[in-house]
Design a protein around this ligand. Sequence first.
Ligand code: ATR
Length: 279
Amino acid sequence: MHEKTITFDRYGVMGYPISHSRSPVIHRLFALQTGQNIQYELLQVSADKLETAVRQFQRTGGKGLNVTVPHKRAVAKLADHISERARTAGAVNTLSFIEGEIHGDNTDGIGLLRDLVVNLGLNLDGANILILGAGGATSGIVGPLLEMEPAMIRIANRTLDRAEEIVSRFKHLGPVSACHFNAVPVSTPYDLVINATSAGVKGEAPPYPAAAINETTFCYDLSYGLTPTPFSVWAREHGAAKSVMGWGMLVEQAAESFHIWRHVMPDTAPVLKQMSISA
Ligand code: ATR
């Protein structure tokens, strides 16, 4: 009798630093749930080694990679094919290696939308949205948010030029405007305030605009932690209707990557729960 050998397809996440990443746990839970034979590695790669590391992973039989901070922009240049949503975002977080070619996609925007709309039940149609920060994270979410037809998206940033640059790239898709972090217009209340700055992660506490928040405002931090992030604490203290960290977006973007690679959509709810995360 022959023993059946199980082969595992290789995936991983590349970033710098990467040790804090929860992606291996999430993908292992997805694999268990769907019966997929995959292994998922944590790959710490600095910017100067990115191309070599991606090509080596591909050459040695790897099937796909997640790419995270700080490589999402740079890795787009290595892709032979790039999806429309990754092109619009100007960033790639998912690579697939198919018949010797590299396909780049971006699942961050859809991940955020699934969490906001499906998991948290928000209606973004006609919503007044404020995004704090104008870095890579903001570039990834403005396009998908505009597709939900909000009344307005304002991007507030400490460096006004960066917010204006994002607005110039997205304004043909819908109503979006830029302002300085300390000069957020508050004549109309915000339904949703998203923190897309890296301030909390760096242990900094910028002057978040308190006047933008009232008891109807939903606050969402793209950052997440085992204890509440500085922004989510601040939002609660300033009377927001709800203050949520980005665990749901993390799990949803991972599910979309898993679907791209394995053509199976995992059920995200038990994974969010299993990670002891309250969304
Ligand atoms: P990411 O790719 O995670 O978005 P990034 O491109 O470095 O990272 O962008 C970080 C964002 O957080 C920027 O909008 C940055 O503001 P600046 O463009 O003015 O640098 C914002 N940010 C970081 N620390 C901040 C702080 N202490 N106060 C206000 N904004 C901050």
